[in-house]
Write a protein that binds this ligand. Structure first.
Ligand code: GUN
Length: 280
């Protein structure tokens, strides 16, 4: 078993981005800017936003945190995003999800112009990905593809199984794997005999949000297992995969923490730099 070190890979990527961010500031006389909008007090979201802002500082991207209360109105939220859309010092806008239930997320996200959509959630960017014409791609699945590429894990002709069909991970992950010539199956909560489908996988991506969903009996000998889950099991961070149970069966596996998570943040910074360079 080889461990896929997302923490180190993300640090390597951030080092490269730091040089690019400095070159941008020098050339255009203003720093790359990322606005992060957090609405409400979901504790996990607060941690993710803090990590994103810290990562911006490290690479020399200016971050603007916009924190709205849990009872913010639809109009307030939309106006906040509209202001950021018009602000020339903001090159990327990220609205941390999930939003409080009373808000219509899609109408808020629709206020983010595609050029500043560093999450790749806009209709335009999702459409481009679906057509195989890459615009901005969602950070987590992009981070997974970057890990596969850097670890020279082949995808062409391989059977890939994605567990989870979310707009943030499962669906864009499947699109990217199709684009990389894998044969892709997407599983979800209604999938019959999940274990049998997963056992077919050369590359198994778990994006479920439930600890220990993927157990040893679901993993083919020599498979590559990518764990996208970030769960709390009595305060301890764990993924969707029963790591101890499957680790001796696999060729490669991502740990949690230190696997996909840091890559998501690195890809956000990369998307922000790309967006800034396209806007000048
Ligand atoms: N919530 C969970 N993952 C993400 C993400 O990648 N972007 C945003 N904006 N919110 C999230």
């Amino acid at each position: 078993m080889k461990l896929i070190d997302g923490k180190q890979t993300a640090a390597d990527i951030r080092a490269g981005l730091k040089a690019r961010a400095a070159a941008f500031s020098c050339k255009y006389g203003l720093p790359v800017g990322l606005a992060v909008v957090l609405i409400g007090d979901d504790p996990a979201s607060a941690v993710y936003v803090r990590n994103k802002i810290k990562a911006c500082e490290e690479v020399g991207i200016r971050s603007f945190a916009h924190i709205l209360p849990a009872d913010a109105t639809q109009e307030t939220a939309e106006n906040e995003v509209r202001r950021l859309a018009e602000d020339a010092s903001v090159h990327g806008i990220l609205v941390q999800l999930p939003l409080p239930a009373h808000l219509a997320a899609s109408r808020i996200l629709a206020r983010i112009p595609a050029a500043k959509d560093v999450d790749g959630f806009s209709v335009e960017n999702v459409g481009l990905l679906a057509k195989g014409e890459r615009g901005t791609v969602a950070c987590t699945p992009l981070g997974v593809m970057e890990l596969l590429r850097r670890y020279r894990i082949p995808t062409a002709g391989k059977r890939a199984v994605v567990i989870g069909r979310s707009n943030t991970v499962g669906k864009p992950m499947a699109m990217l794997l199709i684009g990389a010539d894998a044969t892709v199956t997407v599983c979800h909560s209604k999938t019959q005999d999940l274990a049998a489908v997963c056992r077919q996988a050369d590359i198994l991506v778990a994006a479920v949000g439930r600890p220990k969903t993927v157990t040893a009996d679901m993993v083919k000998e020599g498979a590559v297992v990518i764990d996208v889950g970030i769960n709390r099991d009595g305060g301890k961070l764990c993924g969707d995969v029963d790591f101890e149970g499957v680790k001796d069966k696999v060729s490669y596996i991502t740990p949690v923490p230190g696997g996909v998570g840091p890559m998501t943040v690195a890809m956000l910074l990369q998307n922000t730099l790309d967006a800034a360079e396209r806007q000048v």
